[in-house]
Design a protein around this ligand. Sequence first.
Ligand code: ACO
Length: 413
Amino acid sequence: MTATPRGARPHKVQLGRSWAGAVAGRALSARGVRNGSVAGGRNAVLSVQSVAGGVKADAAKAEGVTAQNGVKYGVRLVGTGSAVPKHVLTNSDLEKLVETNDEWITTRTGITQRHVMGPDESITQLGADAANKALEMAGVDASEIDLIILCTSTPDDLFGSACTIQAAIGAKNAAAFDLTAACSGFVMGLVNATHMMRGGNFRNVLVIGADALSRYVDWRDRSTCILFGDGCGAMVLSAVEGNCNMLGFDIRSDGVKNENLVASFFTNGLEEGATTNKATSESAASTMGSYQNICMTGSEIFKFAVRAVPQIVGSALKSAGLEVEHIDHLVLHQANQRIIDSASDRLGVPKERVVSNIAKYGNTSAASIPLALDEAVRSGAVKEGDVVAMAGFGAGLTWGSAICTWGKAASSE
Ligand code: ACO
């Protein structure tokens, strides 16, 4: 988790062609600009005409997105925060639940403990705590946030928890929605946020990764219950003039391999002789079914991860026009220390540039990347201008990587 001495390697950060292509057409409309800055909130509407014009304009420019008045806009990563439940469950606690032992868990996963939500805790509360810390670091008031993306597979409510977090922090001017992509959720959220901001409609965005997989774990299944913990990480992104600090990305899915990691809804089905299901009968109470425990083929996920992560980081780097040696900090989804070690070895990233906090938290799903990044930022390891490569993978199957420069200063060209 240490920062690389600056100047030891070429550090010229440029926007790659693919990223420029990916954002082409999302030029800020003139209506979205007030006094040389991005107009606040969703009033800054992007017209169809401005998109068409933007495509042409950006095709002629290899870098950045240019507003019609010639002002460039980019995304800055300006604040992080995190929160975890109070209760700590150690490996020796798990020895009392299932046939396992600290030595097996530590050597096979790198995990020594995890935090698990109690009945008085919630995704909303963790999300609000993490968001408030991120806002404080960013120096942004909650009222200035105009979008909240909550990346989670385990909201407090089936309809999502982004809006309850919005209410809890008093972000009264924000639109808020949930995004589900399992352990890849935070990376997917960052990519979404970046595109929406570069579209000119959103000035300050909160991307939150939060999960409580302990709610869906079968605590009798030693192959899964030892892995997961609960937690939350948040990041504030701000749109400003100048180069974009989100340098490149790649996101992928493969639903054909979905069965390797599921927590499916199980329908009770029709009673014998019935012609309609219970929802349409008089006894329609909530007896239709429920979500099942997490069911995972661990070895398949392991093999998938060690192959997919180096590939996706490589393609995200390519889209950023960067090489592996430009990475100051590699922040991978914290699923298993052996996966982190294998993927970083295959990539050729030295250990001192690999961020890991899995020992303390286990696999916190969509929270793991922002939680690890927040600790690295607050410890001083991640410094202004450092290049951070993030990569998530998990259920779906989904995987993705985003390459960015940390902090308020623009990436150098
Ligand atoms: N304690 C003791 N022994 C155990 C435990 C345990 N907790 N779990 C399994 N074992 C035993 C098995 O029964 C097996 O015994 P056997 O050889 O007698 O049959 C032996 O240990 C080896 O089991 P494996 O499953 O082969 O162990 P492996 O080294 O593959 O580790 C693990 C299992 C940790 C689950 C690993 O496969 C892994 O980390 N996979 C990836 C999981 C992951 O990253 N998931 C991402 C989810 S993210 C999301 O989207 C939610």
